[in-house]
Design a protein around this ligand. Sequence first.
Ligand code: HGY
Ligand code: MN
Ligand code: MN
Length: 409
Amino acid sequence: AIRDRQAAWVLARHDARLRAEIARGLTTVLRRYAWTGADADCRLWFRMQAEARRLNYEVDRNGNQWAWLGDPAAGDAVVTGSHLDSVPDGGAFDGPLGVVSAFAALDELRSRGVQFKRPFAITNFGDEEGARFGLACVGSRLTAGRLTKEQAYELRDADGVSLPQAMEAAGYDPEAIGPDPERLARIGAFVELHVEQGRALDLSGDAVGIASAIWPHGRWRYDFAGEANHAGTTRLVDRRDPMLTYAETVLSARREAELAGAVATFGKIAVEPNGVNAIPSLVRGWLDARAADQDALDTVIAGIETASRDHAARHGIDLTVVRESFTPVVEFAHALRDEIASVLGEKTPVLGTGAGHDAGILSESIPTAMLFVRNPTGVSHSPAEFAAEDDCVAGVLALADVLEGLACR
Ligand code: HGY
Ligand code: MN
Ligand code: MN
């Protein structure tokens, strides 16, 4: 199958229309999970974009893709990019807009005839959404040393396939994964362009904004263990039904989030045995919670767990809560942000966001910044995610201006 795909791409290399069609097709694939066939297609597309522009293509030890202009060893590189993977039934823009805009911005800079004075690269970070293995930003976390090889080896998908098995099946070497401080030390600035995942720019009437901060956020797994039994013959009073506790916990999460001015979501659930006519023995729900500051997040997390333990006690349910991941607040580098604001104009809106990004993960190691492109409905992590073509072009031009300011002067 991979050979067929490569053959199609080789044909596309000589046919711009076919290439555009394939690229459009890629972003209509709504389940672009790490190390799957859809991911391989996206990676092949990235590689072809790099080669078509005579950039030096490489894959780092963690499977992230890089396309270099100039010698990385010279140091102080300017890097831009995002990710191509998606959430389950995601959209075309979260991730791909940043990678496509990076290539388009390079084209724009070349058509302006600018000379790069610093090495420049475009990246595609692997497994940003964590849709398959449950942990977001795996590629950037590994590179930044914020996820160890041992921890990564423990990650498993819903079918029990481990991350190293999946990587190997996709043709990559999982033995090599680990921190990459030398690579990061060569980067002077990383700028990620992203579709806005809210309506601030729509409300302010701006096509492009600059990120200020990312809310602290994390994922918690709630295991509610009860007793499987017959749905028709078990008296209500005799049941230990974990679905009831789960349902009450969802309602409590909503209430606690409202009280704390935070957001809390149960968006994924697994039920055992998952039969229509069986009381479940186990309900496993994943909580995603985020808040503007750590205190509010701590309050909402503690409030939900306390309420859930009360519900569990009433229904005779054993509750286990495991924190699966956590990302502290990110305040983007002020100097870089100010530099970008001076290029784009001091009136450019500066926005915080509740969404996680590779730029946030890398911000502890290197100066990072983000640009947001207006999303008229604010909808994201859904096929309805959208940005108008004029705004996408405005995003590319803004990114080109920023990159020119950083790398060409
Ligand atoms: O879930 C997030 O915030 C990000 O889009 N990965
Ligand atoms: Mn996302
Ligand atoms: Mn994203």
